[in-house]
Design a binder for this molecule. Structure first.
Ligand SMILES: [Zn+2]
Ligand SMILES: [Zn+2]
Ligand SMILES: [Zn+2]
Length: 545
């Protein structure tokens, strides 16, 4: 028997003996162990049909893989990389079992992941294929209801107008039993007449459904793969920047606070300028990211962190000293790492949701790939130095210096505004282009750093609340504007034209050009992004009749 797609399966013969049937060449891609999802990497099967037309099936790794979520994340990367070799997709087939009572968290995660990776123009190319459909009489079974509910939930959560239809045109039912039957006959396995009738029926149904599927897909407008790829590239920029942007947000508030303290000190001092001369400088903090040997899951609960004073300043930093999973295998490279459900799958987290090591809830944990060293610098403002040489009274000089420092505070404030402005454009971009919206990682990280400040406040009676308040203001004004954006998108407000993927790289560059924080931000993003890229193989089989 000639087959394009090699396969291997077991069948129980009429003597109840288990026989292994092998078709085609051995394929290292198909894993044989029972219960393992079969395909590990993408592979194409090309059928040369009439009029020189090619039909290319791309077989992808399964989602909800038995190898866990980190494998799923890797699989998505593999699929995106693989399809980048092609220009169009006519159809995106999501294969489901018709009677899946185990549609659970993982199913939800997979559908959401899939739809958040696809450009929304791909929605009309999505179809659902139900396999093993004989047991449900070639109907979608109760999976259909669950699927509809999932899509409904997703639509509500992401507040989009993108609808994926679950109707006859987008649902197809198959069974591969008849194929197995043919292969078995060729291997001299006997079947009864009624079994043969069943298989014949199954064959006919599956062939009819295949034709209906191909006819439907041919009528679809092909999805431009470029759109999905540029969406994903832009999405990666946004995701890798989310934590660094929030880190800079916290840093800006700390630095504003240091300037404010110095202004107060000079303003209220009864000393002469000469006596103050050595104390007129200000300290500013900078972040230096340090790569970790391995990704690490740490606990952020206040009972599990240590607060340390940053050298030469009275500012405090948070050290995550509880390394609950010091060598974490979870792959987060492309997703948000606080408040992320994927953390539940870290080996440190028990089934109950609490940590084996520290006992805290998984939500208190965070997955990190780098740490920040806080370094303090003395800033000597030239304008301040020149004020001193002017022929003015000490009081006047003090006033002039305070004013000079105010400029620096305003500059920091201005950079924070710019960061919020650009983050907002990122949020708008993701909402307008993907089928399912993403978590807002920037907002999540701002929340995280607000919590950090609250812990500092409760531990330190002399804590200066202005840092916490400043960070809250940053978050609140961002969230308010996000709401405005959401409404504008819902109402198709023409004053908010869609942001194109090409714009994202330009906005990223604008961030790096910020005079005070641009360079640090660039270093943080580089560190956040650095992760091993997997090398995949491109394989394709051709079949010519
Ligand atoms: Zn882990
Ligand atoms: Zn823990
Ligand atoms: Zn803990």
């Amino acid at each position: 028997m000639e087959v394009l797609i090699s396969s291997k399966f077991t069948i129980v013969d009429d003597n109840y003996e288990t026989r292994t049937i092998k078709l085609g060449n051995d394929d290292p891609n198909e894993v044989e162990e029972v219960g393992e999802s079969a395909t590990r990497e993408c592979k194409s099967y090309v059928f040369h049909s009439a009029e020189n037309k090619l039909i290319r099936f791309i077989d992808t790794p399964g989602m909800g893989d038995t190898n866990g979520l980190e494998q799923d994340v890797k699989n998505f990367e593999n699929i995106l990389w693989y399809i980048s070799y092609h220009k169009y997709l006519n159809g995106i087939c999501i294969l489901l079992k018709p009677n899946n009572s185990r549609l659970n968290v993982i199913f939800k995660f997979c559908i959401q992941e899939l739809l958040s990776h696809l450009h929304k123009d791909a929605k009309d190319n999505i179809v659902f294929c139900f396999t093993n459909a004989r047991e449900t009489n070639y109907r979608p079974g109760n999976t259909k209801l669950l699927l509809e509910k999932q899509l409904e939930d997703l639509k509500r959560q992401s507040r989009t107008d993108v609808e994926i239809n679950v109707v006859k045109n987008t649902m197809y039912c198959f069974d591969n039993e008849s194929f197995r039957f043919l292969a078995a006959i060729k291997n001299d396995i006997q079947f009864t007449e009624s079994e043969e009738r069943n298989f014949a029926e199954s064959w006919k149904k599956s062939v009819d459904e295949s034709l209906r599927l191909i006819e439907y897909l041919l009528k679809r407008r092909p999805h431009k793969i470029k759109d999905t790829l540029s969406l994903n590239n832009a999405r990666n920029i946004v995701i890798f920047l989310s934590k660094p942007l929030a880190e800079i947000g916290q840093l800006i508030q700390m630095n504003i606070n240091l300037i404010r303290q110095k202004q107060g000190e000079i303003d209220s001092s009864s000393k002469t300028i000469k006596e103050l001369q050595d104390r007129l400088y200000i300290l500013q903090i900078d972040l230096e990211p340090v790569k970790l040997g391995y990704p690490r899951t740490v606990c952020t609960n206040n009972s599990c962190v240590e607060l340390k004073q940053i050298e030469r300043t009275n500012s405090i930093k948070t050290d995550y000293v509880k390394h609950c999973c010091p060598h974490c295998f979870l792959r987060f490279s492309k997703s948000n790492v606080v408040n992320n459900k994927t953390l539940r799958f870290c080996s440190a987290i028990k089934f109950s949701g609490n940590c084996k090591v520290c006992g805290c809830h998984w939500k208190k944990h965070m997955h990190i790939t780098y740490e920040n060293k806080h370094v303090s610098h003395i800033i000597k403002d030239e304008n301040v130095e020149s004020q001193i040489s002017e022929n003015m009274s000490d009081q006047e000089i003090k006033k002039a210096i305070v004013k000079e420092y105010q400029k620096m505070r305003d500059q920091l404030q201005k950079e924070q505004q710019k960061i919020n402005e650009i983050s907002l454009k990122f949020a708008q971009f993701l909402r307008q282009n993907a089928i399912a919206a993403f978590n807002d990682a920037y907002a999540d990280y701002l929340d995280h750093f607000i919590e950090e400040e609250k812990v500092k406040k409760s531990a330190d009676p002399s804590y200066d609340e202005s840092i916490l308040e400043g960070l809250k203001t940053t978050r609140d004004s961002y969230m308010k504007q996000v709401e405005v954006i959401k409404k504008a998108i819902e109402n198709n407000d023409p004053s908010r034209p869609p942001i194109k993927p090409e714009q994202i790289a330009k906005l990223e560059q604008q961030l790096y050009n910020l005079p005070l924080n641009g360079l640090t931000l660039k270093k943080l993003k580089y560190e956040a992004e650095r992760s091993q890229t997997d090398i995949f193989r491109y394989t394709e089989n051709h079949y010519m009749p």
